[in-house]
Design a protein around this ligand. Structure first.
Ligand code: ADP
Length: 176
């Protein structure tokens, strides 16, 4: 007999992935993860966090627009549907809302690990029916972070090898 207080376990055959992040801005590192994620799931939801303590350079609508533009070629190439949504609620609620049974996260350096372990632990407690899957950053993209990209751009440095084309234009326009 199932216990009423326990959330349902992973739905068999639920291969819908949710890739959450701040994406301020989306970088080639994020795109690498998305390009690999679509090989693992049948539908991917990229969830752009509305509430962020990170003092974003771009507002939610701008970040969503950039992510949408950049993932379109990946969806076309792979044939996998990629939805881009903003979210301001609990991550596990957002996953449920979009029918996702898998949360995807990227792992770069050891400092990512501490944070991701905590986040995994909390999300697992909140909803054990949702599995978290980590993809390691590829060597070429290991060092790319949105935070550094923003800092370099604000100081007038060249970020063209770190961010995709549409997003680059938006950032440069924003920074004048
Ligand atoms: P968050 O605020 O949730 O950390 P980010 O937009 O910074 O949002 O990152 C979203 C996810 O993408 C995180 O799992 C992060 O570790 C991963 N990520 C960020 N940059 C890279 C990269 N260069 N390569 C692989 N994964 C990355």
């Amino acid at each position: 007999m199932s216990e009423p207080d326990q959330p349902a376990g992973p739905q068999p055959g639920n291969h819908v992935g949710l890739y959450p992040g701040t994406f301020d801005p989306i970088t080639n590192g994020h795109l690498d993860i998305i390009g690999r994620a679509v090989q693992l799931v049948e539908r991917l939801v990229v969830a752009v966090a509305e509430n962020t303590g990170k003092q974003p350079l771009m507002n939610l609508d701008e970040r969503v627009a950039c992510v949408r533009a950049e993932v379109a070629p990946i969806a076309a190439r792979s044939g996998v549907r990629i939805e881009v949504v903003g979210f301001g609620n609990l991550l596990v609620q957002c996953a449920r809302q979009h029918g996702a049974g898998i949360i995807l996260r990227g792992l770069r350096v050891v400092t990512d690990y501490d944070y991701e372990v905590q986040m995994f632990g909390m999300n697992h407690r909140l909803d054990p029916g949702i599995e978290t899957v980590f993809l390691m950053a590829t060597e070429r993209h290991q060092f790319i972070s949105s935070r550094l990209v923003k800092e370099i751009a604000q100081l007038g440095g060249d970020i063209s090898s770190f961010v995709p084309h549409f997003t680059l234009g938006r950032i440069l326009a924003k920074l004048g």
